[in-house]
Ligand binder design. Structure first.
Ligand SMILES: O=C(O)[C@H]1O[C@H](OP(=O)(O)OP(=O)(O)OC[C@H]2O[C@@H](n3ccc(=O)[nH]c3=O)[C@H](O)[C@@H]2O)[C@H](O)[C@@H](O)[C@@H]1O
Length: 439
């Protein structure tokens, strides 16, 4: 019976024979050459010349890798100017301040958290891929707002390990606030891979970078109320079942909780997962119902309101952005340190999960009624049964754990929060003559 290698690689024996014959011929040629001293001298010269040219090519290649060209946007990452912007953005302006990398910094929650940290004197650098899941001009406007407060956002993807490595090369981040994600519950049916790409692959790339960084940062990241899925025990507590997701979005967030746990367990990364409950407010996401309803009501277009089984209205524990920001900042401040270094865990590190909700669910039709009042316009309501698209009938957070451990205390009810949203909406999308702009 022929050995196993021959089964798998039938040509392997013949190849070795050919190489042996070839080696034998070569040896004889080399022997002939080196019998003369002059020839030996010439060979030595040639060797020196070859080594010198190899070294100069290598140094050229090294200097080239300092600059990473982003293929899609022609953005250059690296170089003295780029590094200067990063360093200036990461500058800490208070004693015991944090140095935070905010992923998804051009996003809704990311831009608010980045600004809040910067305003209290922390060093902040953002990273965002500026994708077109919703109008990128809104993301660019958020970028401009942050730039006016000296927060620099690097245009790059969390799946690009070279970008992350470069950032950690320049700044020793103490914390990572990870808010980059593919959001949206229903869009997961249209583009499932985008959820796997950002919420799973991107998360792993980021955690790989964090676990190898020295010092390792503490990581706070956005999970979601959607992990409670078909759980019907209300209000939802962190210890309730989260093994029945109703959408792929929820499944990727639940996977994120499992993945972060392994990085905490193996590498000693301090991890805090925050389960956000339907966050809304100024500079929000146009794909969310309160935002798209506002646009449609204003433009006289009909809106579709989903209704649950037995004609029961759907309800959400809508949570105002300023309350969420306070929860995020408190999670960073209390995160405790990661314990690993050089990719090795030295001791157990904190692993925490908190609900950040409002504890006051409101039905979708009531939310629409508030918008009508603030927009001073009636909605053209089109009520349909909830399609099987990943939605859950209601959400309701129990926040006692976050209250106890983070001092989290939501202050804004939906009516006040939507009023502020509509004010912002009109300042951003409506000009002095009542005409729509930026739309
Ligand atoms: O809590 C969360 O974790 C999630 O909150 C929101 O998801 P969702 O609550 O579904 O928020 P919306 O998409 O704004 O929907 C709010 C409510 O309006 C309803 N809706 C939505 C759209 C529509 O056309 N009609 C309609 O009645 C939905 O069924 C839902 O009950 C965010 O979109 C998710 O990214 C986030 O993770």
């Amino acid at each position: 019976m022929p050995p196993l290698e021959e089964d798998l690689f039938p040509s392997i024996t013949g190849k070795i024979k050919i190489e042996r014959n070839h080696n034998h011929t070569m040896n004889r040629a080399i022997h002939r050459c080196f019998t003369s001293t002059t020839t030996m001298f010439l060979w030595a010269l040639l060797l020196i010349a070859l080594t010198a040219s190899y070294m100069s090519i290598q140094s050229f290649v090294d200097s080239g890798t300092r600059y990473l060209h982003h293929p899609r946007d022609h953005v250059i990452i690296g170089g003295p100017h780029w590094e200067k912007q990063i360093r200036s953005s990461a500058q800490i302006h208070r004693s015991h301040g944090l140095s935070v990398l905010v992923t998804g910094a051009a996003g809704f929650v990311g831009s608010h958290v980045a600004l809040a940290l910067k305003k209290r004197g922390d060093g902040v650098v953002g990273v965002d891929n500026f994708n077109d899941y919703y109008d990128p001009s809104l993301k660019n406007a958020r970028r401009a707002l942050l730039a006016s407060h000296n927060v620099f956002i690097v245009q790059g993807d969390i799946n690009d390990e070279r970008v992350l490595a470069k950032l950690f090369d320049v700044v020793a981040f103490t914390h990572v606030m990870h808010l980059a994600a593919q959001a949206g519950v229903r869009y997961a049916m249209e583009n499932p891979h985008s959820y796997v790409d950002s919420n799973i692959a991107g998360l792993v790339t980021l955690l790989e970078q964090c676990k190898s960084a020295d010092p390792q940062p503490a990581v706070v990241w956005a999970s979601s109320s959607s992990v409670y899925g078909l759980n019907d025990k209300a209000p939802f507590s962190e210890s309730d079942r989260t093994d029945r997701p109703a959408s792929l979005y929820a499944a990727t967030k639940k996977a994120g909780e499992a993945i972060t746990h392994t990085y905490n367990h193996i590498y000693g990364l301090s991890i805090t997962g925050l389960r956000f409950f339907t966050v809304y407010g100024p500079w929000g996401r146009p794909d969310m119902a309160y935002f798209s309803f506002t646009q449609d009501i204003r433009h006289g277009k009909p809106i579709t309101i989903f209704r649950g089984k037995n004609r029961v209205d759907l309800a959400r524990d809508f949570t105002y952005i300023d309350d969420i920001v306070k929860g995020c900042v408190a999670a960073l401040d209390t995160s405790g340190k990661s314990t690993g270094s050089g990719g090795k865990k030295r001791a157990a590190a904190p692993y925490r999960i908190y609900n950040l909700g409002n504890t006051a669910p409101v039905t979708v039709p009531t939310m629409v009624g508030l918008l009508e009042r603030y927009l001073n316009k009636k909605a053209k309501r089109h009520v349909v049964s909830m399609p099987g698209n990943g939605d859950v009938p209601f959400t309701h957070a129990n926040i006692s754990l976050a209250q106890r451990e983070l001092g989290y205390k939501p202050m804004t009810d939906l009516s006040t929060g939507l009023r502020k949203f509509v004010d912002w909406y009109e300042s951003y999308y409506v000009d002095d003559h009542g005409k729509s702009v930026n739309y």
